[in-house]
Design a protein around this ligand. Structure first.
Ligand SMILES: [Fe+2]
Ligand SMILES: [Fe+2]
Length: 295
């Protein structure tokens, strides 16, 4: 089975189309950030998604996982635009799985309006809803020899200088029970969330930007015998050996699928015998695979 893990498309809306009354607090700062030079890094995202759809078809990808950050400011208009742009990649919808990034639920009113769920809820459901303890989380999806488990680490950050995440303890507790379910014993297990539990060098991310309860999360994942932890949020692809944390699986950060000059993703090829992982990159209008994961 071939699994493509991508993240952080940060689809850009022309700022002119965002109503001025929406520009307040953190959103205004986020908007200024974009105008201050960050925005152009995410230009041509639609062309890149088209190229990724071509890659997916050429390489017979079975399942696409996206670990969030579709937008810059989490506005309704952006979510609508992002859902439209991602739709060709999310075919068939039951083979596309996602969850929100911090940018998608930037402010509390987005949470309260349930906007992310309205546009992306069709890609977030559970085959084992008996384990969902916090809305739909954690969700479990089963495909042949694979299980994909999603936990939500994104939350609104009312303080503009903070972009840290947190997995609610009840989700971690349910994750622990899922991992103890004997029906998962022979499966490859992929746990996806937006925030990075570890950086490329194995250290935790800084407090204001990282996953606050990363240690608890990793401890909960220790029973996993084979598979991977998948995240985004940090806009660089990297793989981290989690042996120092007592885990038998590695962490993969999928960086950003669209960020100019850094476009990347991971492709996992899994069967009963083993797993190979290769990194995808973008050049001259097409995505291609590098020879090995360390390139
Ligand atoms: Fe991001
Ligand atoms: Fe993020």
């Amino acid at each position: 089975m071939r699994i493509l893990h991508c993240s952080d498309p940060h689809f850009d809306l022309s700022l002119r189309s965002i109503p001025l009354r929406k520009w307040f607090g953190k959103r205004a700062i986020g908007a200024m950030n974009l105008m201050g030079g960050r925005g152009h890094y995410f230009d041509n995202a639609d062309e890149k998604i088209d190229a990724l759809v071509r890659f997916k078809e050429t390489h017979a990808v079975d399942l696409v996982l996206c670990t969030g950050d579709y937008t810059a400011l989490g506005l309704e208009a952006e979510l609508e635009n992002a859902a439209e742009l991602i739709a060709p990649l999310a075919q068939p919808p039951e083979r596309f799985i996602t969850l929100p990034g911090n940018h998608d639920i930037y402010a509390k009113d987005v949470i309260h309006s349930d906007a992310f769920f309205r546009y992306f809820g069709r890609y977030m459901h559970s085959d084992w809803p008996q384990y969902s303890v916090d809305g739909i989380w954690p969700f479990v999806r089963l495909f042949d020899e694979i299980a994909v488990i999603g936990v939500n680490s994104a939350k609104p950050n009312p303080l503009p200088w903070r972009s840290d995440g947190h997995i609610p303890p009840e989700q971690l507790e349910a994750l622990g029970r899922i991992l103890a379910d004997p029906r998962l014993a022979d499966r490859w297990i992929f746990v996806m969330t937006h925030y990075a539990a570890r950086l490329a060098d194995g250290r935790p991310d800084r407090k204001q930007h990282g996953l606050r309860n990363a240690d608890d999360f990793l401890r909960t994942c220790r029973p996993i015998r084979r598979g991977a932890i998948l995240n985004g949020h940090i806009h660089r692809c990297y793989r981290t050996d989690l042996t120092p944390d007592g885990l038998r699986i590695d962490l993969y950060c999928a960086g950003s699928i669209t960020m100019e000059g850094r476009e990347c993703f991971w492709l996992f090829n899994v069967d009963r015998k083993g797993m190979t992982v290769r990194r995808g990159v973008y050049a001259e209008g097409e995505y291609r695979l590098l020879e090995c994961t360390d390139e």
